[in-house]
Design a protein around this ligand. Structure first.
Ligand SMILES: *Cc1c(COP(=O)(O)O)cnc(C)c1O
Length: 389
């Protein structure tokens, strides 16, 4: 197949997709695939959802982009909608996850400057985390393989061991302005945070007057069975970074802050495309389906079903070490090569990608039906059987 002139930055599967419907994708030969990647937790309503198609069509007819010199009804309404779903008071719109993280880091730095002057600038991040690939987000991504070739990074950071409160205590002092973590580490291998640890992290933030920033880019927007990931753990962060599923496939990111973290003033931050009327209209339609349409409400039940089926596979096949994750952010920890396993899934027309060094991730759309979950288990079993002969 001709690869065109696309820069060689991704290891892609050898397939060209032409159409999607629900959790099915169709390639240029008409082959059907069961999509349990969902564009990496993006297509939360599956492909070609009528609410998204309609929002794009209707909004594009009226107004697509106006810049942030002006107001749009859609932006105002979306900010109110997002705040009504949780505990935060203000929203900044951007276009991607890594941009949301850049904004989060800047908020942390500005907060530090206000509270402790120039020296209160240290951002703490977790080992094994993933926050994106622009220089700031890359700096707080605790995986050397992403950073090595791009030194020097931004400086003013410290890493801590995830879920290890003693290590974090050793890293804390009055120079820390923010702690950044994913409530469930996604790319790092589907590692949920421990509630007790998280409660202590929050206390440390209060003790040292630092902001607690959650990266909910992969684990938020209903994926854990609560709209915001923090609602699953009952620990409220000062700042939430969101993207991926927030507009169901239309590029969008958002940062939400409480009163304490509302430190940015005109001129501090901006984005040309961020929060344009089209993106906001699509996100409003997605939230309508997720929340009013009862999709998020049913995630927990779907998750329990999926986890029980996966555990049945675990009991039957020695290749599976553990079933990990919460909601529909699930991982199969394997003792066989995960790249090969994910390739075998692909050959059996099941899309699933790797996470960390020993996990294959399952991220179905949040409105996945029982029959498609059953189908995924059937295909996984086919793959597992291929190891036993
Ligand atoms: C995907 C992801 C990002 C980066 O988002 P982009 O939109 O690719 O920039 C950041 N953090 C987490 C947890 C992610 O899963």
């Amino acid at each position: 197949m001709s690869k065109g002139n696309i820069m060689n930055t991704y290891g892609r599967f050898d397939v060209v997709f032409e159409k999607g419907l629900g959790c099915k994708l169709y390639d240029d030969n008409g082959n059907e695939y069961l999509d349990f990647v969902s564009g990496v937790a993006v297509n939360c309503l599956g492909h070609s959802h009528p609410a998204i198609i309609n929002a794009i069509n209707e909004q594009a007819k009226d107004l697509m982009h106006i810049s942030n010199y002006y107001w749009s009804k859609q932006g105002i309404e979306l900010s109110e909608r997002l705040c009504s779903l949780g505990d935060h008071k203000s929203v900044f719109f951007c276009n991607s996850g890594t941009e949301a993280m850049e904004c989060g880091i800047k908020i942390g730095r500005k907060y530090g400057k206000i509270k402790g002057g120039e020296k209160k600038n240290i951002v703490i991040y977790m080992e094994n985390s993933f926050h994106g690939r622009t220089m700031g987000a890359l700096t707080v991504t605790g995986q050397k393989k992403y950073q090595e070739d791009f030194m020097p990074l931004i400086g003013g950071v410290r890493s801590a061991k995830f879920n290890d409160i003693e290590d974090l205590k050793n890293k804390m002092d009055n120079d820390v302005c923010a702690i950044i973590l994913e409530p469930v580490q996604g790319e790092g291998g589907i590692n949920p945070v421990m509630v007790e640890y998280l409660e202590q992290v929050k206390e440390l933030c209060e003790q040292y007057d630092a902001l607690l920033i959650f990266d909910e880019i992969q684990c938020g927007v209903g994926r854990l069975g609560t709209f915001f990931a923090y609602q699953t753990f009952n620990v409220i962060p000062d700042v939430i970074c969101m993207a991926k599923g927030i507009a169901g496939g239309f590029p969008m990111g958002a940062i939400m802050t409480n009163e304490k973290a509302s430190v940015l003033v005109p001129g501090d931050h901006g984005s040309t495309f961020g929060g344009n009327p089209l993106a906001c209209a699509v996100s409003l339609a997605v939230l309508g389906e997720l929340v009013d349409g009862g999709v998020v409400e049913k995630v927990k039940e779907k998750s329990e079903y999926m986890i029980s089926k996966l555990n049945e596979l675990k009991d039957k096949y020695s290749q599976i070490e553990e079933i990990k994750g919460i909601g529909l952010l699930l991982g199969i920890k394997l003792n066989v090569d995960i790249k090969e396993f994910s390739k075998k899934c692909f050959e059996n027309k099941l899309l699933a990608v790797t996470a960390g060094k020993d996990v294959v991730r399952l991220l179905p759309p949040l409105n996945v039906e029982k029959e498609d979950m059953d189908k995924s288990i059937e295909l996984l079993e086919k793959v597992l059987k291929s190891y036993n002969n």
